[in-house]
Design a protein around this ligand. Structure first.
Ligand SMILES: Cc1ncc(COP(=O)(O)O)c(C=O)c1O
Length: 411
């Protein structure tokens, strides 16, 4: 893939100047931009078909319900779940992971049990388990990382034992640019009768995911990181587990019968979808999936890999720039974290913004990881399908310019 990126034109927001420079948007791990086509289809839904779902018998309610449930079916196919009952619409990955902790966790974790996560988890896949462990007097265990930021699978084998009830790991790191072997981890977890939860927030937008093949028990992701709207996400769960789990939110949509002093619950997936759902958000996710499928996840991977192959050696070549995660581009995703010696990452990110290059700086919602690495923060560039080799070159040039600026500024 070269600089003639055929998808870029679908993202009008990219065509603007920031600080008098052409914008280079490299904050895709935080959130992705939206294709024109997806947004205009959502606008058309509002203009032509919008009504509340499920309860109405009038034509707009039926159209709206049809499109909402069609979006669920698109998600099911996209991640290869066995049934629509296994696809629960949530607010996002965070909401999905909290749902598992509060429902499955609340029922199945007891004093002395163990929950295993890793040092590279996002707070969304850490705090729900930490708080569950505190509530239940269970133990939270962290799988160590290797020197180049990969999951230490020997340590995973040691930490996952017959005491383990839940293993929860990100399929792709939002800081270190690594992909974790979650299928293998699911096998280890199952050999100890533990369930496997996968945080797919960074993987689903970037690589084909097949939850049936992974044989994970739960899988969480967010729409806004894959070109859909904010406020919509998915929890996949195996039907036999979801059937047994209690709802965590109560109200409309999720009930079968309500009596004065007792109630019974709707069938899956609606048992977990209390209240009016994010109808347009779900529909936007369906259209975003159509868009992703029209591009092809293999093409997205090829585009990102070509950029990483090009830019990682250049970044490693910059004096005083420390790059985290694997140094071999073949093992690095499009999420690249780095620090310039002597400069706070916020200053670095501000310097890059002056050059029109948007990156993130901070702890990336991974404070235990920062502590583990002995850092307070990093800058992070993350690439997506509309980025090009020349965007990557602009990043390199902007880092060099920022380095020079601060060097001269402090002389
Ligand atoms: C690995 C990972 N997990 C979970 C999340 C949380 O996603 P959301 O804020 O959309 O719920 C993120 C967001 O950055 C992430 O990168």
């Amino acid at each position: 893939m070269d600089n003639n990126n055929v998808w870029r034109k679908d993202f009008p927001i990219l065509d603007q100047k920031v600080n008098d420079e052409d914008l280079v948007y490299l904050d895709n791990a935080a959130t992705t931009q939206k294709p024109k086509d997806v947004m205009s289809k959502v606008a058309n839904f509002y203009y032509s078909d919008y009504a509340n779902v499920h309860r109405g018998v009038h034509t707009l309610a039926e159209r709206s319900t049809e499109q909402f449930e069609a979006a669920r079916e698109k998600v099911r196919k996209f991640i290869n779940a066995n049934s629509d009952k296994e696809v629960i619409f949530t607010k996002g990955a965070t909401n999905s992971l909290n749902l598992v902790a509060q429902s499955y966790g609340e029922e199945n974790i007891h004093e002395g049990d163990e929950i295993v996560i890793s040092y590279m988890e996002h707070h969304s896949n850490l705090i729900p388990w930490q708080q569950l462990a505190l509530r239940k007097k269970a133990t939270l265990k962290y799988i160590e990382l290797t020197d180049d930021g990969q999951l230490d699978m020997d340590d995973a084998q040691r930490k996952i034992t017959d005491k383990t009830k839940i293993v929860s790991i990100a399929q792709s790191s939002n800081v270190l640019g690594v992909i974790n072997p979650v299928k293998e981890l699911a096998q280890i977890a199952h050999s100890h009768d533990a369930v496997m939860v996968v945080d797919g927030a960074q993987s689903v937008p970037n690589m084909p995911v097949d939850v049936t093949d992974l044989d994970c028990d739960f899988f969480a992701f967010s729409g806004h990181k894959m070109m859909a709207e904010t406020g919509i996400g998915v929890l996949y769960g195996k039907q036999e587990l979801l059937e047994q789990m209690p709802p965590v939110e109560f109200g409309g949509e999720m009930i079968e019968f309500v009596k004065k002093f007792d109630s019974s619950w709707n069938e899956l997936p609606w048992k977990f979808e209390a209240g009016t759902p994010n109808i347009a958000g779900a529909i936007s996710l369906g259209y975003a999936i159509d868009y992703l499928e029209s591009v092809g996840l293999d093409n997205i991977q090829k585009n990102t890999q070509a950029i990483v192959d090009h830019v990682l050696p250049k970044l490693l070549d910059i004096d005083d720039l420390e790059v985290y995660g694997p140094k071999d581009p073949a093992n690095h995703t499009g999420v690249i974290s780095f620090n310039l010696k002597g400069l706070h990452p916020h200053d670095l990110a501000t310097g890059l913004d002056m050059e029109g290059v948007a990156v993130r700086a901070g702890h990336h919602c991974a404070q235990p990881l920062m502590e583990y690495l002995g850092l307070s923060a990093t800058a992070r560039a993350s690439f997506y399908l509309y980025n090009t080799i020349s965007d990557a070159d602009r990043l390199v040039e902007a880092i060099k310019a920022t380095k020079e600026f601060f060097k001269n500024g402090t002389v």
